[in-house]
Design a protein around this ligand. Structure first.
Ligand code: T1G
Ligand code: NAD
Length: 667
């Protein structure tokens, strides 16, 4: 369909109709180009109302076209034709007007909006900039200071709330199109407003300086936000015509960039994640009452996430003292949201009203979901589930948050095992978006579909994992760390390895990360395995732990630390302790260090795919980006090595990135 045109007493009503988001794909642009030309030439048409069918105005340009060269008609040209029209164009906005959708509205002479309509220019999230006039028209409508956060910082404004004056001409309750037609009727034959691009605009040097510092700090390896600011400023200082030409040039350059390709890859992977194709025919159960067992680090974070998603939460602990500690921690997490301005006091109060505590498991009986987060030992977890199996209803979903234990062993003997699975949250659980969903062979499709639906309600990125040691993320983490320690043994110094990974885009390198978490955690795991008779060679980390260097918590690990300062300082003492295990004098550039470690992650990812533990490469990228700090602007290890394997840039072992590996996940 793409576009419908109706005539209402000399006013043309143009409705963009391209489900699901009215994206401005080529067919829609062709229909719009034809409509613009016909309506401009039709003497019977005195004004035009432009609106969107369905739940929104327009969600943007069609991102699926961005892997191909741009095709005519180009959106900025169509918008320029509307802006230059001799007849008034009135945009009637509802739902969302994002990216090219907002730019289309900015090209119109007037904008009428339903209250709550969201307008934004999220292009920078995709590694590009607004490419259809937004960087030039918006500052001339609402001022530079108001425009910068929208153009370069992904700020969304809402009609009837904070949409700046000058952006929305009328906010109308009820019949939006009717109000827009009436508004249009009053503009027929009237002088048109001064075109947005022709309006004066200016800003003080302080505005640019403050914006540049703020945006540089926040943009984390994504060049688009600063580019958007620079393009906006260029137009202010050189005029709209030059500004529009410059915007187009910079947009096309970024559109073809590796960063933009990476961010588009994640955009589509993130939207597909909560709705796996093989579960779309299953109706998820409705969950309202959740139980959380264990009020420690994870249990309190999980409880806060469940409260934020609107469920009631009963927190269970071993004894009253532990329960009070857990409830206090959980309340603190909710109240921290108020301090940080994320929620209001009233919202915090409403959430805490849905929180209760109990000692033991009896109060879990009415829950339709129970998530266990007790100590990481089978001897404690298994009895918890055995008792839950007796107490809870047969269709209550029971989930373990275990990191490393085999869920099948935790559920041994459990009544109705079809409703059991692993839900592996990441710490802090109310912040980290990744959720590894780990079904057992007995888990039903409805239980699985309900878990994915829960993830969506929690605002998480769910990834299905088969059962193996560490599931997807921790298995790759172990391989990554081992590769870094191999590099260390070959002679590459610890600080150089960490610096290379920070330069690549990680917040910290593998050794800094270990110092933060504590070297003793993995040392204890190795010692336990050795005690079971497993042969594990002495690791550099063993020598450090045995020398009392467990990381930040002991004032030293791979690095030295001074009290009250978490800044890692290269340690001659650590180097001396591990020297017996350093046998080479390998020297690598930062890019070679990062390439080798990313290639190792991808190699483990390919093994995970081959074993059916993960269903598709993009799931592995989501795990790394949302669970382990892999830089978004690189797209993930599978994406990056595939692009390099195709010679996009840099060097790296094999590609191995094949779409649709889909072997189904071995539960
Ligand atoms: N292009 C193509 N497909 C899109 C799309 C888009 N812009 N937006 C969404 N989809 C797909 C999405 O992948 C999913 O597909 C389905 O539509 C429903 O999406 C010139 C160049 C609009 C707020 O960045 O933020 O304009 O999985 O589940 O929850 O300067 O989609 O069903 O197969 O997210 O109702 C700028 C991106 C583009 C907005 C709707 N615009 N989209 O949310 O639906 S660049 C954006 C969103 C641009 C100009 C530049 C959201 C939404 P599938 P959904 P939703
Ligand atoms: P924690 O030690 O902080 O908390 C565990 C809590 O469980 C304690 O408060 C303890 O009192 C309580 N508990 C123990 N037995 C109980 C019982 N029978 N009934 C009720 N409460 C009981 O541990 P944590 O870090 O929150 O980890 C919990 C689980 O989550 C573990 O399986 C762990 O592997 C997993 N996990 C941890 C992380 C992490 O980063 N900490 C990340 C993901 C998953």
């Amino acid at each position: 369909m793409d576009l419908q045109i109706e005539n209402h007493s000399g006013i043309a009503l143009v409705t963009i109709d391209n489900p699901p988001v009215n994206a401005l794909g080529k067919a829609t642009r062709l229909a719009l180009a034809d409509a613009i030309a016909r309506l401009e030439a039709d003497p019977a048409v005195g004004a035009i109302v432009l609106t969107g069918a369905g739940k929104m105005f327009v969600g943007g340009a069609d991102i699926t076209e961005f892997d191909r060269p741009p095709e005519e008609p180009h959106l900025p040209d169509l918008i320029q034709q509307i802006a230059a029209s001799s007849k008034p164009w009135i945009a009637a906005l509802h739902g969302t007007a994002l990216g090219g959708g907002m730019e289309l509205a900015l090209g119109c002479h007037y904008r009428i909006a339903a209250p709550g309509t969201r307008l934004g220019l999220p292009e920078v999230n995709l590694g590009i900039i607004p490419g259809a006039g937004g960087t030039q028209r918006l500052p001339r409508l609402i001022g530079v200071e108001a425009a910068i956060p929208v153009v370069a910082e992904n700020r969304v404004v809402t009609a009837g709330q904070d949409a700046e004056p000058g952006l929305i001409d009328q906010v109308v309750q009820g019949d939006l199109v009717g109000a827009a037609l009436t508004f249009a009727a009053g503009r027929i034959g009237q002088p048109l407003p001064v075109a947005a691009s022709a309006r004066p605009v200016s800003a003080t040097p302080e505005v640019w300086t403050a914006a540049e510092a703020r945006i540089a700090k926040a943009s984390k390896g994504n060049p688009a936000p600063l580019a958007a600011l620079a393009v906006l400023r260029f137009g202010v200082e050189n005029g709209a015509e030059a500004g529009l030409a410059n915007e187009r040039m910079v947009f096309l350059r970024l559109r073809a960039s590796e960063e933009a390709a990476a961010l588009r890859h994640l955009f589509f992977a993130e939207r597909a994640a909560p709705r796996p194709a093989d579960l779309r025919d299953v109706t998820p159960r409705t969950l309202t009452r959740a139980g959380v067992i264990g009020g420690g680090t994870m249990g309190t974070g999980i409880g806060a996430a469940l409260l934020a998603a609107g469920l009631s939460v009963t927190l269970s602990e071993r004894d009253e003292a532990a329960l009070q500690r857990g409830l206090a921690t959980l309340k603190g997490l909710v109240e921290a949201g108020v301090k940080r301005g994320l929620i209001t006091e009233a919202q915090a109060g409403e959430r805490l009203a849905r929180l209760s505590g109990t000692v033991g498991l009896a109060a879990m009986a009415p829950c339709d979901l129970v998530i266990e987060a007790v100590f990481e030992t089978l001897e404690i977890k298994r009895p918890v589930f055995a008792e839950l199996g007796r107490i809870c209803s047969p269709d209550a979903i029971l989930a373990t948050n275990t990191s490393y234990l085999d869920p099948r062993r935790i559920a041994e003997g459990l009544a109705h095992p079809d409703r059991f699975l692993g839900l592996h949250f990441f710490s802090p659980a109310h912040v980290m978006k990744l959720l590894e969903i780990v079904p057992t062979p007995d888990t039903s499709r409805q239980t699985l579909a309900t878990a994915f639906d829960l993830a969506r309600r929690l605002g998480k990125i769910p990834v299905r994992s088969g059962i193996c040691d560490g599931f997807i993320g921790n298995r790759i983490l172990r391989r990554y760390r081992a590769a870094a320690e191999d590099m260390l043994r070959q002679g590459v110094p610890v600080p150089e390895i960490d610096a290379a990974l920070r330069a690549f885009g990680f917040a910290m390198g593998p050794f800094e990360m270990q110092d933060m978490a504590g070297l003793d955690i993995s040392w204890l795991q190795r010692e336990a395995a050795r005690a079971q008779g497993e042969t594990i060679a002495v690791q550099p980390g063993d020598l450090l732990v045995l020398a009392g260097r467990k990381g930040q918590k002991t004032g030293g690990g791979w690095y030295d630390y001074v009290p009250e300062d978490r800044k890692p300082r290269p340690s001659a003492e650590a180097a001396r302790i591990i020297a017996p295990l350093v046998t080479g004098n390998l020297s690598l550039s930062p890019a070679e260090i990062a390439d080798r470690l990313v290639a190792t992650m991808a190699e483990e990812g390919r093994a995970i795919l081959a074993e059916g533990i993960a269903t598709q490469p993009s799931d592995i990228d989501l795990v790394e980006v949302h669970g382990y700090g892999f830089p978004r602007s690189k797209g993930g290890p599978m994406f990056l090595t595939e692009r390099r394997g195709r010679g996009a840039h840099g060097t790296s072992a094999g590609s191995g990135y094949r779409q649709d590996q889909g072997r189904g996940c071995r539960a």
